[in-house]
Design a protein around this ligand. Structure first.
Ligand code: SER
Length: 258
């Protein structure tokens, strides 16, 4: 599958499910002083996640170039890039957890043919203000994941907010590909960086707004923000080892070799 075919497959999958294609925006955000670069597909959507009406409606899909300075130290391994593309889809006050997780799961397992047995997911375990995400767990179990494939983490791993730290945020449920490797330790799991677990994407349930003092207020409009790692899915779809073997890089590398 070429990079272009994967972009098209993703966008058409969500269009068939009522999503409208939102244009990608500049890597340098406009009208957003909270970040230097666009760090996620949701970054340009912040006003709409905070209840402003989006001209394209309540279901969106897009493909967005992103930069994460926090990832720079990892660039050069099999999966991290300075600039990457995020496949994103959103519900702006429309469907919520069950539908979002189900669509993510079906895209990975039915469109990309990733075996269910090779997946692991994480679920928010709650804190003193926000409850454990029982609905996410229940949905993953109904979709056929076993209890052993579901891992529970707190605010460090399973809470997502934009890079500027204020704004729409909430508990999330991440999806991982499990490489056929032994556990590196007794604590080995999706939060571990030993290489066994490769993050494929994240379902964020944006039900809160965080202010500059760190206070959370519940949003009237409950949103879903899903982001998938485009290059990682391209590696898996083609049974490759690393991003440099994909058609994003092979033609360039071949030119340099000449
Ligand atoms: N914004 C979330 C993330 O970057 C999901 O798109 O993980």
């Amino acid at each position: 599958m070429t990079a272009n075919e994967l972009r098209k497959l993703y966008v058409s999958y969500y269009k068939e499910r009522g999503h409208k294609l939102a244009a990608a925006t500049s890597l340098v955000p406009e009208n957003d002083a909270s970040v230097l670069y666009t760090t996620a597909g949701m970054q340009p959507l912040v006003p709409y996640l905070l209840e402003k009406e989006h001209p394209l409606g309540k279901r969106l899909v897009n493909v967005q170039r992103c930069v994460r300075t926090g990832d720079i130290e990892e660039v050069g391994d099999d999966y991290h890039l300075t600039v990457f593309e995020m496949l994103g889809n959103w519900s702006l006050g429309d469907y919520f957890k069950k539908e979002a997780i189900t669509m993510s799961f079906e895209f990975l397992t039915e469109k990309l043919n990733i075996p269910v047995s090779s997946l692991a997911v994480t679920v928010y375990k709650g804190n003193d203000k926000v409850p454990y995400d029982a609905e996410a767990t229940q949905t993953w179990l109904e979709l056929g994941l076993s209890k052993e494939q579901i891992f529970y983490y707190g605010d460090d791993e399973n809470w997502w907010g934009p890079a500027g730290e204020t704004g729409p945020c909430g508990p999330d449920s991440e999806m991982f590909y499990v490489n056929d490797l032994p556990d590196c330790s007794e604590e080995c799991g999706p939060a571990c960086s030993c290489g066994k677990y490769v993050e494929l994407g994240n379902n964020v349930f944006m039900a809160y707004n965080k202010d500059k003092d760190g206070n959370l207020t519940e949003l009237k409009q409950k949103n879903v923000d899903v982001g998938l790692g485009f290059e990682r899915l391209l590696i898996l779809a083609n049974n490759l080892q690393n991003v440099y073997e994909t058609d994003l890089f092979v033609p360039l590398i071949n030119k340099w070799k000449k």
